[in-house]
Design a protein. Structure first.
Length: 442
């Protein structure tokens, strides 16, 4: 016999969906309009490669040619193009629209798998500029985020988690750093399976495809040398200080040191959330090529850290301060920022003014106490992080054009410091987590 609580639950869920339905509809329309304002450049590369493969042609550019660097050549493993061949049955325009719809679904599913965020958190995350840019460009980022989310949700199911990491890692090789997560949390079966799946995917492509392992490695190395000092990567920040060669090397050394620290710390103080956050952050630190469309990979870290709603607001606002969507123009930018502000106000007004202020005050106090406790338990880590942040700030003072890259890398460094800091035994006062005045979706 159903209890009264079980009967009321669907009614509450329906009320929650009804409460946020207008916001979701408005955000979805705005995201689709913004996505349509660009030419889906990355997706068109995938489409062209899939079409070439379907007709028996080589989708890769000739090594050493200018095509390698023009941004319109296919440089991904062959299995990615093979997976997208069904879309070549559609026209490029129709296929691009289908791709955007699938990408939106991938983001929505990812955020739900990473936790149970409120409706406003889902919307705010979806309206950050890196998410919108990734949709405009038609990148693989939504599916990389989904791979991380699947690995997290089914982390204790080795086959599923390993397959998710292998698919994400072989499509963007820097994400193979997520293997550190399996090692740090002693999921050795998932680690072994993920390595096996990755080797199989890449090996089969090299054996059966038009390019071998050596040629593909030379292609990626040539591309990284050209783009590593142009984007938002650590190499781009360090190049003006130490030269291009050293700038490419230092982030790799730092990433290896961070991975070693994560492995050592998580063996003593296991924490799945911090281990996965650290692995994703290390991947973003190590990659020689980083563009704004890669930054949605930071969103899983916010959800894994169980960030309060105001942290999502700050992240959304910061993203619009760093960059704006491509070709969206002022009216659409203003509409998106207005939607963010209205949504923040709507969330805050979920309770009385006094309750809202009290919740924000208590949340701020709790965060300050946790930060102080974290610093005490990991002084060396935080001092190293602060030193790196100060050095990057000094670079920004002389190279203002690098400020977006610097802020992005600051977030990566802070995420690594979070992952490398053991929470230890928190006093009772730290356990108090006041609920934000937001009605959750689930």
């Amino acid at each position: 016999m159903q209890t009264a609580r079980a009967i009321r639950q669907p009614q509450r869920d329906s009320a929650r969906w009804t409460r946020y339905a207008p916001w979701f509809a408005t955000g979805l329309v705005l995201a689709l309009v913004m996505a349509s304002r660009d030419n889906q450049a990355d997706f068109l590369v995938f489409y062209k490669a899939a079409s070439a493969l379907a007709h028996g042609h080589d989708p890769y550019p000739r090594l050493g040619s200018a095509q390698v660097y023009d941004g319109s050549s296919y440089v991904y493993p062959i299995w990615v193009a093979a997976t997208l061949t069904p879309l070549t049955l559609l026209t490029p325009f129709a296929a691009a629209k289908v791709w955007v719809a699938i990408s939106l679904a991938a983001y929505a599913l990812s955020f739900k798998l990473l936790g149970k965020p409120s409706g406003s958190a889902l919307l705010l995350a979806g309206l950050t500029t890196p998410v919108i840019i990734s949709l405009q460009m038609g990148t693989l980022t939504p599916f990389l985020v989904l791979g991380i989310a699947v690995a997290w949700r089914w982390r204790d199911t080795p086959v599923v988690a390993a397959a998710a990491v292998a698919l994400a890692g072989t499509s963007k090789l820097y994400l193979l750093a997520i293997l550190v997560f399996f090692a740090a949390t002693r999921r050795l079966k998932a680690l072994g399976l993920s390595v096996a799946f990755s080797v199989t995917l890449l090996g089969a492509g090299f054996l059966l495809g038009p390019i071998g392992a050596t040629g593909y490695a030379r292609l990626l190395l040539s591309l990284s040398k050209h783009e590593s000092v142009q984007g938002w990567s650590s190499s781009a920040i360090l190049a003006p200080l130490v030269g291009v060669g050293t700038a490419r090397l230092l982030p790799q050394v730092a990433a290896i040191a961070a991975a070693a620290g994560l492995l050592w710390l998580r063996r003593r103080h296991p924490s799945d959330r911090r281990a996965l956050a650290g692995a994703v952050s290390i991947a973003l630190l190590a990659t020689p090529i980083l563009w704004s469309s890669y930054l949605p990979l930071l969103l899983p870290i916010l959800f894994l850290a169980d960030a309060p709603i105001w942290a999502i607001w700050v992240a959304a606002a910061l993203s619009w301060a760093l960059t704006t969507p491509d070709r969206a123009q002022a009216p659409l930018d203003a509409a998106a920022m207005g939607l963010l502000a209205a949504l923040a106000a709507f969330s805050l007004l979920g309770g009385s003014t006094g309750e809202t202020l009290r919740t924000l005050r208590e949340s701020g106090r709790s965060l300050a106490l946790r930060a102080r406790h974290s610093f005490r338990r990991g002084r060396t880590v935080w001092l190293a992080a602060c030193t790196a942040l100060a050095a990057e700030a000094a670079v920004g003072a002389f190279h203002p054009a690098l400020l977006p890259a610097i802020v992005s890398q600051d977030l990566v460094i802070a995420s690594i410091a979070y992952a490398l800091t053991s929470p230890g035994e928190l006093p009772e006062e730290f356990a108090r987590r006041p609920k934000a005045p937001v009605i959750p979706l689930s």
